[in-house]
Design a protein around this ligand. Structure first.
Ligand code: NAG
Length: 248
């Protein structure tokens, strides 16, 4: 009897340890440049803290507020459009999986990189478009849903030290996003003043030619994604001194 009771705390303790390992709380800081640990931490924040986390100043990332922005392509471009997205949101970030990290060593003034696979990501909101896509004129305004399937997202930047209250923080510079989807599904509602036949045909045309269209708008689109992701990364690194985010 006595032995049993003596074992009980031990048992509880080990059960607690196991469950604690299975359902970790906020991850402990990683060592500088510890890729494996960093991957786990990034994936933890994606899956468990995508509504934001004030402890590390992580913004809400799913849905991610994309706001209002314009993609403009000149007349010399095969996709010659003036496309404004109004109050858009990006959904699907919570299901992104980080699969590679580079950088995050002791010296913050280096190149840093995060690579993700994103199964489904949608840009949802209102749009206004005017122009010409390949050979066809396009115009309209309404609701948009632009969905990317199995996209590869690469985020790269160079760290710049910023001194604040006697501590060193990292600011991002030359922030770059490279987004390579396996497929893009366009859905612009209410094209051509709501002419359904014309609108359906145009969406069909866009979807059949998604690869060429995406290739043409990729540079301007990536710039917007860089702006959004750069904000998220900068928010985190502006709150905590760089060396406090990692351990020796
Ligand atoms: C957006 O389009 C995708 C792909 O067609 C679809 O699966 C998803 O449900 C749509 N989202 C909304 C909010 O309409």
């Amino acid at each position: 009897m006595y032995i049993r009771y003596a074992l009980l705390p031990l048992l509880i303790c080990s059960v607690w340890r196991i469950s604690n390992a299975d359902f970790p709380d906020d991850p402990k800081p990683c060592k500088f440049g510890d890729d494996e640990c960093l991957l786990k931490a990034v994936n933890f924040y994606l899956s468990d803290k995508n509504q934001g986390d004030s402890a590390i100043n992580l913004l809400k990332i799913d849905p991610l507020d994309a706001g209002t922005f314009t993609l403009k392509q000149g007349a010399d471009n095969p996709v010659n459009i003036d496309l404004t997205f109004i109050k858009n949101k990006i959904t699907g970030v919570a299901h992104a999986q980080a699969y590679k990290v580079r950088g995050f060593g002791k010296d913050l003034a280096k190149k840093h990189e995060l690579r993700f696979k994103v199964p489904v990501a949608s840009l949802i909101g209102d749009y206004k478009i005017q122009g010409r896509v390949l050979i066809l004129p396009i115009s309209g305004s309404g609701k948009n849903n632009i969905t990317m399937l199995n996209a590869d997202f690469v985020l790269q930047w160079v760290g710049v030290p910023v001194e604040k209250d006697g501590a060193t923080y990292m600011k991002t510079d030359k922030f770059r996003a490279i987004v390579k989807p396996n497929k893009v599904i366009f859905d612009f509602q209410n094209l051509f003043n709501g002419d359904k036949a014309l609108g359906d045909n145009m969406n069909l045309f866009l979807n059949e030619n998604w690869k060429e269209i995406y290739q043409e708008v990729e540079a301007t689109f990536s710039k917007e994604i860089s702006r959004l992701m750069g904000n998220v990364v900068d928010a985190v690194f502006s709150k905590t001194p760089y060396n406090k985010l990692f351990t020796e």
